[in-house]
Design a protein around this ligand. Structure first.
Ligand code: SF4
Length: 481
């Protein structure tokens, strides 16, 4: 049985895609190699969001090719994901040792293509064509059944949390972003299909599900729209599962209807989602936070800039006031909610005054966590051609200044947990210190505590004793009877 090793770069969507490909390959008889050195097939699942991520994957492939072609010339080497999609054949022209280039709508073809390459029936394969319906093929999970077939005979414990891919693509076309070009138009899976996948996960022990998509607040809008359907010569799709009220809901967006349907699943304890977009963040979604207890008090809402002028240049489709308004409503609905965001510094044309407005937004909103990105020019995106490109030195300096503000606020918000009791879902051993266990609060903070394997999968109360850098430390709370 051939063995495969997949190395993943980039976001949670990529992690999820890699998992689905691995599960599909295992189902076809492949084993999962514990390292590149033991694999018959090595796939790099790539990211194109920043130039740095692309260069990392390219350098990795150069090194892999040099190593494997010397000692194990039959190893199949492949690129998949966003960079594979955007560069296609160019990758093989540049790196002739690469055998396979698999685009973002072709993950489900991996097994067929690898079989052909391993059997010597094909020399090279590049497939980056669009494929209708491919969004519904990211559905297999590496759970008990197929994970048990790992090549090293090791049976990993059942996962407690899982990601479910609800849609692919994005139609927002933010001027800095390459995703609409690498992932294509928005395509959503139907609610019954998603509920079935979630149910299956819960029946296998999953307690927490994160619904994933590039822009989840647009979920189902294209498929449910009669205007789009007419243009495409089809009937608008019904996104409601047959178990729910089949009358179309006019007040609830398809995404909130999906949340309602997933919330019904017995045995599921927690629901998260990422990433929403402020533009499509309706009151129905805020109201869902107040209404659905399994929807945890956590919201990741990318803001990107605190300056209206820059938001407009970015083609984000909202203002700072609109963003702050959503946060206010969320905090009114759930006062304990943890808020995280993404921010870009050094976008073309960003002045010192624009940047000061981002600093003031960070202070006003008081994010629990923020992921800061120095603007990276992506080819074929409008921002790459904009005047006023900000020099690298200034991007770095702004990154540092914002980081200090974010860290200072984060420290305060984490310190406020010390002495409090909070519920966590125990996920498994801590990555840094496997002798300790780790869990996550409902507001998405990691808690490390002295526990054991028997705690895995439990919802338990801990008393927070100390706050570190974006990590809490706790003791299991003793209930006083
Ligand atoms: S909303 Fe903007 S940043 Fe997010 S994936 Fe779509 S284009 Fe990219």
């Amino acid at each position: 049985m051939p063995s495969v090793y997949i190395k993943t770069y980039g976001c949670q969507m990529n992690e999820r895609d890699s998992e689905a490909v691995a599960a599909q390959l295992v189902a076809k008889g492949y084993t999962l190699a514990p390292s590149e050195a033991q694999a018959d097939v090595i796939l790099l699942n790539t990211c194109s969001v920043r130039d740095f991520a692309e260069q990392k994957a390219l350098n990795k492939m150069v090194n892999l090719a040099a190593e494997t072609r010397r000692t194990r010339p039959d190893v199949v080497l492949g690129f998949m994901g966003c960079m594979a999609q955007s560069r296609g054949q160019e990758l093989i022209d540049r790196l002739p040792d690469v055998d396979l280039v698999l685009g973002t709508q072709k993950f489900h073809r991996a097994a067929d293509y690898l079989d052909a390459l391993l059997a010597g029936r094909r020399e090279k394969i590049v497939d980056v064509a669009a494929e209708p319906g491919s969004e519904a093929t990211i559905r297999e999970h590496l759970l008990y059944g197929n994970a048990a077939k790992n090549g090293d005979g090791h049976r990993p414990p059942l996962p407690v949390t899982a990601f479910v891919s609800i849609m692919q693509g994005c139609n927002q076309y933010c001027t800095f972003c390459i995703v609409p070009y690498t992932r294509g138009e928005e395509r959503s899976r139907g609610i019954p299909d998603l509920v079935a996948e979630c149910r299956q996960l819960v029946s296998q022990g999953v307690k927490e599900i994160t619904l994933l998509g590039q822009i989840v607040t647009s979920y189902g809008k294209r498929e449910g729209s009669s205007r789009e359907a007419k243009a495409e010569g089809r009937e608008p799709e019904n996104f409601l599962p047959s178990t729910l009220d089949p009358r179309p809901s006019t007040s609830k967006s398809p995404f909130v209807q999906l949340l309602d349907a997933v919330h019904e699943i017995e045995g599921l304890e927690r629901i998260r989602f990422t990433s929403p977009h402020p533009k499509g963040y309706g009151d129905d979604l805020i109201e869902a936070y107040a209404r659905l207890p399994k929807l945890v008090e956590s919201a990741h809402l990318p803001v990107q800039s605190g300056s209206d002028r820059v938001l407009k240049l970015m083609h984000r489709g909202y203002t700072r006031a609109r963003y702050v308004g959503i946060i206010d409503k969320l905090r009114r609905a759930r006062p304990e909610i943890g808020i995280s965001t993404d921010i870009i510094v050094g976008f073309p044309g960003e002045t010192e005054d624009d940047f000061e407005q981002t600093l003031s937004l960070a202070r006003e909103v008081e994010f629990d966590q923020a992921y800061i990105f120095k603007y990276s020019q992506r080819r074929d995106t409008p921002a790459a051609e904009m005047p006023g490109q900000v020099p690298q030195k200034i991007r770095e300096e702004r990154n540092q200044r914002l980081l200090e503000v974010i860290n200072e606020i984060g420290r305060r918000r984490y310190d406020a947990f010390v002495g409090r009791r909070t519920q966590i879902l125990v996920e498994g051993p801590s990555k840094k210190n496997p002798a300790r266990m780790t869990g996550r609060t409902r507001c998405n903070k990691i808690v490390v505590f002295d526990g054991s394997e028997r705690h895995r999968g439990q919802l338990m109360d801990v008393k927070i004793t100390r706050a570190g850098s974006f990590t809490l430390y706790g003791d299991p709370a003793i209930v006083n009877l």
